[in-house]
Design a protein around this ligand. Structure first.
Ligand code: PRT
Ligand code: ZN
Length: 283
């Protein structure tokens, strides 16, 4: 049985539970108990505050955890980063009042910076040879400059609208972050095998992301032109239709170029185009 630490509420909770569900691992959330056994895989979830997840995995109380890279780096525990998960994207940035002139990082020399991420900030300042004082606060960092607590802030930025509404501008991006799956460094062989199985499922879910299965009919003389247009994984499947001189073509298309490719297919004679979502793809 693998134990995975998941944020009990907050920004990463829903995406984590949804990702596992896509891999057919269902976490029963009805009571939001601390520990819940999953359906569909030998896995149990431990619901925690994200701040506690790195240490819990480091200590081996949980084998795995899902946490923002920012949180992991700040806590500094030595765990494996098993893989990035593709959600919870944000950056840790330095921001200063909008009206200030900014040329480079030397602006911060002798300044006071408010943050909830003192360790990452300290490391950055040391690398740059800047001496600044760090004022640690745990919430509402963005109001620090307007109430006079600090000259600048170091905080998470996503869309940037929080900065704008507090009259701040982002001047240095220090860390790009997203949710990562972390693992204890000394998992038993049995747990490693379970982790491999879990990763295999996550990979299958990821491979299918944004992809569509497309079926179409075309006169045989169009098949060559259609095959040239299709950027499929391998050559498309072509099957004869009951009607003489016609074939059915099956292939996988990427979501981002989908409409462009469909237009090209129609132009060379494809008809009856059917598009089906793909749940999982195992290469
Ligand atoms: O209760 P618990 O301790 O578990 O949760 P928390 O309140 O400490 O964390 P939570 O749920 O807010 O965030 C969890 C993780 O989500 C963070 O550690 C990041 O890895 C990631 N994440 C992604 C974010 C954001 N995007 C984000 N936008 N975390 C916080 N924010 C904040 C940001 O600080 C800003 O104040 O959201 C605000 C809005 O951002 P803008 O730029 O979109 O306006
Ligand atoms: Zn937290």
């Amino acid at each position: 049985m693998l134990r995975i630490a998941i944020q009990s509420k907050g920004r990463l909770h829903d995406d984590t539970v949804a990702l596992l569900a896509e891999a057919d691992i269902k976490i029963t959330e009805s009571k939001r108990t601390l520990l819940a056994k999953a359906k569909g895989y030998p896995l149990e979830s431990l619901f925690l505050r994200d701040d506690d997840i790195p240490q819990t995995v480091f200590d081996g109380i949980a084998d795995l955890g899902v946490v923002g890279l920012n949180e992991l780096k700040e806590k500094g525990y030595d765990v494996d980063i098993v893989r990035s998960l593709g959600f919870g994207g944000c950056r840790l940035s330095l921001a200063i009042p909008k009206g200030e002139d900014y040329t480079d990082v030397s602006w911060f020399e002798g300044k006071k910076i408010a943050t909830s991420y003192p360790k990452i900030l300290q490391q950055f300042l040391e690398e740059k040879g800047i001496h600044a004082s760090i004022h640690v606060i745990t919430g509402s960092v963005e109001i620090s400059t307007s109430i006079g607590i600090a000259d600048a802030i170091f905080d998470i930025v996503s869309s940037g609208s929080t900065l704008v509404s507090n009259n701040l501008k982002e001047v240095e991006v220090v860390l790009h972050s997203e949710a990562v799956l972390i693992g204890n460094k000394s998992l038993s062989e049995e747990k490693k095998a379970l982790l491999d199985g879990l990763l295999f499922r996550l990979e299958a879910v990821k491979q299918s992301e944004g992809k569509k299965y497309v079926l179409l009919n075309a006169p045989n003389e169009s098949i060559e032109a259609i095959t040239k247009i299709l950027p499929g994984m391998k050559s498309p499947t072509v099957m004869p239709l009951a009607e003489a001189g016609w074939s059915s073509v099956h292939t996988v298309l990427d979501g981002d170029r989908f409409w462009e490719i469909v237009a090209q297919l129609r132009a060379v004679g494809a008809q009856g185009i059917l598009v089906i979502p793909i749940e999982k793809m195992i290469l």
